[in-house]
Design a protein around this ligand. Structure first.
Ligand code: E4P
Length: 217
């Protein structure tokens, strides 16, 4: 399973990339706004740090304008993935940009039918938003399972990129279902290593080691 980080914070991306866990990055207009940075500049910096796919989202709503924006974004670096919304215009833009050999991430997916359309439009990634479904009392993980089944039935190569991740539990559940990728906030990625028994074990080993009076170096 690939891990993407869902942020435009350069320091976080650099720090987590050093752990070997970051296979890619996703951004969206809200994350760019939070970063307070220039969109094109920050995306370029991210592409220089992370060799894997870096999603940069178009902001136009009409297909021809999305395609123009997508082409401009794709010029930033080889690893740019153009992110388009799951609308008919977005699907049209996805088809054109995919046919040109660009990576496309179709975002804001909330149903299995939407995911089916994205795969047929040649999307590289489909982004079902788990957390936002959970927020309205619909189990987001069920959607991941439905898409997995549909993509497997028809051998679609579009990768399921589980998005809007809110907890460490979402990650293990997505891994069990078979999502290809999960994009998560840095705070969730950091939590994956946490366990109370790990902390307790370290405390007792440190205490016992001190009693030996020995040193390794
Ligand atoms: C994914 O590409 C989106 O940027 C993201 O996962 C949205 O998450 P949110 O629902 O927490 O805003």
């Amino acid at each position: 399973m690939k891990f993407f980080v869902d942020t435009a914070e350069i320091d976080e991306i650099a720090d987590l990339t050093a752990t070997g866990m970051v296979d890619g990055v996703t951004t969206n207009p809200s994350l760019i706004m939070k970063s307070g940075r220039n969109f094109l500049e920050v995306v370029k910096e991210i592409c220089d740090i992370v060799p894997g796919p870096v999603s940069a989202e178009v902001t136009a709503l009409k297909a021809d304008e999305m395609i123009a924006e997508g082409r401009k974004l794709a010029e930033i670096a080889e690893n740019i993935t153009v992110k388009v919304p799951l609308t008919w215009d977005g699907l049209k833009a996805c088809k054109t940009l995919s046919d040109e050999g660009k990576m496309v991430n179709v975002t804001l997916c909330f149903s299995a039918n939407q995911a089916l359309l994205a795969a047929k439009a040649g999307a590289t990634f489909i982004s079902p938003f788990i957390g936002r479904l959970d927020d309205i009392n619909i189990d987001g993980l069920d959607l991941i399972a439905e898409i997995r089944q549909i993509y497997d039935n028809y051998h679609f190569s579009t990768e399921i990129l589980a998005a809007s991740i809110r907890s460490a539990n979402h990650i293990s559940e997505c891994a069990k279902i078979g999502a290809d990728v999960a994009t998560m906030p840095p705070s969730v990625l950091r939590k994956l290593a946490d366990h109370v028994l790990t902390d307790k074990g370290i405390d007792s080993f440190v205490a016992d080691w001190a009693k030996t009076g020995q040193k390794i170096i």
